[in-house]
Design a protein around this ligand. Sequence first.
Ligand code: ADP
Ligand code: MG
Length: 767
Amino acid sequence: MTTVRIENDNLLKLPKEILGSLELRPGAELSVELDESGRIILSPIKVLPINSQAPLQSSIKEKNLSTGIQFIKGVGPKIAEAFERLGVKTVEDALFLLPNRYEDRRQLREIGSLRPGHTEVFEAVVISATVSSTRGGRKQYEVVAGDATGTVSFKWFNFNAVWMKKVWQPGKRGIFIGEVSQYGFHREIHHPEVEWITAGDDISTVMAKDPATYGRIVPVYPLTEGLHQKSVRHIMKQVVDTFAADVETYIAAEILARHHMLPLADSVREAHFPSMDSDFQKVNNGATPAHHTLVFDEFFYLELGLALKRRGFTMEEGIAFEVNHKYTRPLLKLLPFTLTHAQRRVLSEIKEDMMAPFPMHRLVQGDVGSGKTMVALLAALVAVENGYQVAFMAPTEILAEQHYLGIHTLCDSLGVKSVLLTSSHKGKEREGLLGQVAAGEAQIVIGTHAVIQEKVEFLRLGLGIIDEQHRFGVLQRGILKKKGENPDILVMTATPIPRTLAMTVFGDLSLSVIDELPPGRTPVVTKVFAESRRKQVYGMIRDEVEKGRQAYLIYPLVEESEKSDLKAAAQMAEELQTSAFPDLKVGLLHGRLKPEEKEAVMASFKANEIQILVATTVIEVGIDVPNATVMVIEHAERFGLSQLHQLRGRVGRGAHQSHCILIASDKLSEDGVKRLRVMEATTDGFKIAEADLEIRGPGDFLGTRQAGLPEFRVASILKDGRILEEARREAFTLVERDPELKLPEHKRMKDELVKRWGGRLELAGVA
Ligand code: ADP
Ligand code: MG
């Protein structure tokens, strides 16, 4: 009797019929016997049911997906640390660390058919090995190798000659791997990988010994310091062989079928080590059914979480406001304009939500200048009409002040009490304000995050408004919500967020879009200027000022060097005043000024006592001076396109033609200039946002992790937008049918959801 232990590989070599119903997994043992008639009898000695914790190598006690990566053979503390830098702590993390690209090593090439630009694998014999010099006089080690079809050179530029001479002896045979480049008729490979073949050895035996490296489509993984491609590949091979089978999908079978999804385990395997008959181009473009399955699976759970969250809101009890027009109608009479169609449509969407007996969670998206603030104020007045308070939160102090300035005069004439609450209110003043808020006297409380600090208590908060949501996390929304009893939440953003991105970041909110600007605005003409043409820019400013107009000159403020940047802005103002425009008045506005000082500067600019206003990006949003027709942005290359678009939105608010001038460093690369040219080409915020997203990627686009943007393991919202939409449709339909995922067949899906997104989506009510 012979005993066979099932290892990863010999498991595969047993015919399926034999394995049959036996649940044989690595670690199981069988006895193999012959009966009288010579047939093979396999009988299990140790059978492991699925999901058993099979003893693997002695170092792994429990084999499951949360097994630490350090328990894998070949992973020492150093490598484990490096893996952790890539976000890989467990074997599950490793399974979802997908290759960046692949190399097709299914066939050995002949030297005559090596393709420049490709990483090729071939067998050859070393012909010569010498130290030579490059044309530039640098030493190089050069090996010439050949087969029956031709020769190729290998080169090294950093080498130990003694050691090289020992290794690279003419006559030795090996398998070589490397990226081929072509110089005239001559092909060479820099520092190739080699596997020596000892005399008498069969090449296929050598290759079979290392199936992670040869004879297949080979994955190329993202690396970090301390990780080498070859060893990562071996580690991954082990991880995939041992653990991929444990990856299960819990998405409902009908959905899987509708989208032609493969079993998740197979997809993981395929994505790491594609099968022999795969279409290499598809594999390399991440366009195989395996990739599709992984991406869908990931998006589906996110969208499921968002769908449940949204559903959860509508199941909570909220305030059912009444629209009685007590303040809103008089306000509309006070305004020197009528609302645009888009404003009216969005307002009625908001009102409908507010009248409903569950909390509103709505996002209003509208380009700069589309009149969001007015819509927000009208919504605020609906709450006030019902005897509730409103919290209106802006991301910066100057913005909060701007809103306050714009709103409180209107409120005063209506007899509604509005207050400003920021962190610069201290001591007695602050206590007084907090008292008014707690007593319900302050009806509209405008401020920064100071509004949601612990000490702030509202008597009856009915509506929370968050301006420029992308700068606040999901968390702030949650805190604001807890300041009242399920108040309505209205979120506003001027950043035109591309659809796919909005679906992931704001997927739990209902969306309203103000897609129309108030009438009478002329599109801003934008031009990129090199630093060296500054004189010309000053000429343009002067022309406009002589026509009675005004100009902004914006200086970027980089946090790390805030002090020196402030100095630069101040210096710029001083210089403009003394040398370029001594006959005009130049003002300076930055975040370090006291609120009264800022207000004074803004007031003189509004009154045209100041013609040129030098400012840091504090004016990014909210400032409104229709007579200003020139926006000059210094060091434009330091800004994101969306931010430039916001800044540009400060001009073009009156009837006169406006100009935006982007001053770029003379040293700016061609790509950098090309990026800025997007601003010349379009004033469509959505197009700019798309371009920005493509250039910078989603995390950066929204300004860091704070945005609450989920981090995907495999999916990319840039590339996989279509799959995201499919996944969203399925998830939302499913939640409509089973709003709490109570059906027994959805239980495991729900558990998986909580495991993956519970914390990140604050799905408290779901678990
Ligand atoms: P946003 O916050 O969307 O950038 P604002 O609310 O600041 O835009 O509005 C920009 C300017 O347009 C403000 O001066 C505002 O008073 C004005 N405005 C708002 N709605 C209208 C409208 N329907 N017609 C004319 N001007 C409007
Ligand atoms: Mg605004």
